[in-house]
Design a binder for this molecule. Structure first.
Ligand SMILES: *[C@@H]1O[C@H](CO)[C@@H](O)[C@H](O)[C@H]1NC(C)=O
Ligand SMILES: *[C@@H]1O[C@H](CO)[C@@H](O)[C@H](O)[C@H]1NC(C)=O
Length: 293
């Protein structure tokens, strides 16, 4: 079984006022299928943030940002991680942005946040002008099609905070050596199977998995050439880490995309969008859509 590392809430109408009942439904919906609410509550926190990671400061990783929307009656809603890749550009997973209605963007209810390690303590807000979801990405709600899980987000006011700096992304000819140590960053789940997030940015170091080995761990066709896998005992990305960066030697090489329903299962790798596969697409989108356009 697999699960996107993001809790979907957009299936329900966003135009309704969000009452208590709807919130319960959302929370319920977000839990992995085989895990009952009771089971989750009975499991005490058996791992740390991001699963097996450690807290870090934005000063060390100034390219990390996140994606927020304002929901009527609910206020700020954390929608996943993002990476600063240009003065006016953020990169994230397609499944983090594809459900955002245009009206949210128009009404300035969707933005990227940077310059902070502690997401609840405020941030530099960057309103979204437009999102560019990869043309070949299929709607991942309902069907299990997670291919081409990449999106660019163009913002209105530039990333120019003290701790808002773009990172370079992998080129098409960059290698992804088996077992190479890589780092994933995010504000994701603090516990396995729980749709909660961490207040403070966390990092964890894991290792790249050989592509064919990873393919065999999942069903045929699930792991594609636009994906890269990584694993480490007791360590993993988890829910709400979606869209955030996977880095190697200070280069963005992956985007948190999906993984086993239980995070950090130790035998099923986490799966990331392979950034090098999209380097031409990224360059084209950014060149064809300059700020003045
Ligand atoms: C969650 O959903 C299940 C099955 O649809 C239902 O039996 C259960 O009562 C729900 N729990 C909550 C907290 O809504
Ligand atoms: C960014 O964060 C730093 C450290 O918290 C702070 O000094 C600075 O004022 C913030 N804002 C900008 C725009 O850099």
């Amino acid at each position: 079984m697999k699960n996107l590392y993001l809790v979907f809430i957009f299936k329900l109408s966003l135009n309704n006022i969000w009452g208590e009942i709807q919130i319960t439904k959302i929370e319920n919906r977000s839990l992995p299928k085989e895990v009952s609410t009771e089971a989750v509550l009975l499991h005490p926190s058996n791992s740390q943030r991001i699963i097996g990671g450690y807290p870090v400061n934005i000063e060390q990783y100034p390219f990390v940002a996140f994606f927020m929307i304002i929901l009527p009656g609910l206020g700020w809603n954390f929608r996943g991680g993002a990476t600063i890749v240009g003065e006016y550009w953020g990169m994230t997973a397609a499944h983090c942005v594809q459900q955002i209605p245009d009206s949210y963007i128009k009404d300035k209810k969707a933005f990227l946040c940077g310059n902070t390690s502690h997401w609840k303590k405020g941030c530099n807000r960057h309103y979204i002008v437009r999102t560019y979801v990869h043309e070949k990405h299929k709607n991942s709600l309902g069907n299990e099609e997670y291919d081409y899980d990449i999106a660019l987000v163009r913002i209105k006011n530039p990333f120019n905070g003290k701790f808002e700096k773009p990172i370079k992304w992998a080129n098409s000819n960059d290698e992804y050596p088996d077992n190479a140590a890589v780092t994933v960053l995010g504000w994701g789940s603090t516990r396995r199977n729980a749709a909660t997030h961490s207040d403070v940015l966390h990092a964890v170091t894991i290792r790249l998995v050989n592509h064919n080995v990873c393919k065999k761990k999942y069903r045929t066709g699930e792991v594609t050439n636009s994906m890269v896998c990584a694993i480490e005992k007791g360590k993993d990305a988890c829910m709400y880490d979606s869209g955030g960066p996977l880095i190697r030697n200070n280069i963005l090489i992956g985007i948190v995309s999906w993984g086993p329903e239980d995070c950090a299962t130790d035998h099923l790798p986490g799966v990331y969008t392979k950034v090098s596969f999209f380097s031409d697409w990224l360059r084209r989108k950014m060149n064809n859509n300059p700020r003045s356009a």
